[in-house]
Design a protein around this ligand. Structure first.
Ligand SMILES: Nc1ncnc2c1ncn2[C@@H]1O[C@H](COP(=O)(O)OP(=O)(O)OP(=O)(O)O)[C@@H](O)[C@H]1O
Length: 262
């Protein structure tokens, strides 16, 4: 069981974006998708979610193609949290999170008890139960982000694909969100998450896939992927390293084109 993307090549607007990229999302694992701005992370995530058809290569979903599965089955199998996702202003938070249940409902059917329980659980997991009756348009940016994650969790899909779920979140909710993603992965979900924070990516992901200029330059354990040479070559930074209670971590410290900075 896995989502397996093989030799993905994509051009957009006549510009090559991804070249021959392989990627695999496995149940029970948090895969971090990292790389500089413009590296192709969102494009790869959209291919994995079957929202974008690659020019070459293909994606296999637990042994079936997207076409064989069909839209409805894919929507139950894959939850997608878009980067900076829009949310309709007048809709209540509870109704928006309830949209995550649509793939499970027959057309025009009312929400059932299972749907209501999934929404209640997703609201609690994302710490937004207190906002349930509020109009989405009245929330702060970070609150709205957590509500959109709740909508994705309400799908209760086998795979969760999240594009920068930490953007705009305060430190507590960043840590909460990553702990939550780890928790659902331990319960069997395959999680892929686009992250810019290398400290958190190194701490919370089981595996990191590093993209640079549309190419996969590394895929493996965080400690192996985030070595000094790659941080220099791909990100142009130097990082400090330390450990706390036996857990090692890195802290991006200075850019290499600014050697004299503190
Ligand atoms: N429709 C399009 N037409 C032309 N170029 C595009 C199009 N969509 C994306 N691109 C380009 O493709 C490249 C990869 O974009 P993508 O959004 O996948 O990068 P990313 O790694 O997610 O970046 P970021 O970290 O900044 O979000 C960028 O250079 C972007 O400008």
């Amino acid at each position: 069981m896995a989502i397996t993307a093989s030799r993905i090549t994509v051009s957009l607007g006549g510009k090559p974006i991804l070249h021959d990229v392989d990627a695999q999302i496995r149940p029970g694992e948090v895969l971090g998708l990292i790389g500089p701005n413009g590296a192709g992370k969102t494009t790869l995530l959209r291919v994995l979610a079957a929202l974008l058809t690659p020019d070459c290569g293909g994606v296999d979903y637990d042994g079936a193609s997207a076409r064989a599965l069909g839209r409805a089955a894919l929507a139950r199998r894959i939850a997608f949290l878009a980067q900076g996702g829009e949310a309709q202003g007048a809709l209540s938070v509870e109704a928006l999170v309830g949209l995550g249940r649509l793939p499970h409902r027959r057309p025009f059917a009312e929400a059932g008890e299972v749907d209501r329980q999934a929404v209640t659980r997703a609201l609690a997991l994302c710490d937004v139960t207190g906002f349930a009756a509020r109009a989405v348009g009245t929330l702060s940016g970070g609150e709205r982000r957590r509500v959109l994650l709740a909508r994705a969790l309400a799908v209760e899909a086998s795979y969760l694909l999240a594009d920068e779920p930490l953007a705009g979140l305060d430190p507590q909710h960043q840590l909460d969100t990553l702990q939550l993603l780890r928790r659902i992965s331990r319960e069997g979900t395959g999680v892929v998450v686009v992250l810019h924070d290398l400290t958190l990516a190194g701490r919370f992901c089981d595996r990191l896939l590093l993209l640079d200029h549309g190419r996969r330059v590394a895929d493996g354990a965080p400690a192996d992927v985030l070595d000094d040479d790659r941080l220099a070559q791909v990100f142009g930074i130097h990082a400090l390293r330390s450990s706390q209670a036996g857990e090692s971590f890195l802290l991006p410290w200075r850019t290499l084109n600014n050697e004299n900075a503190p």
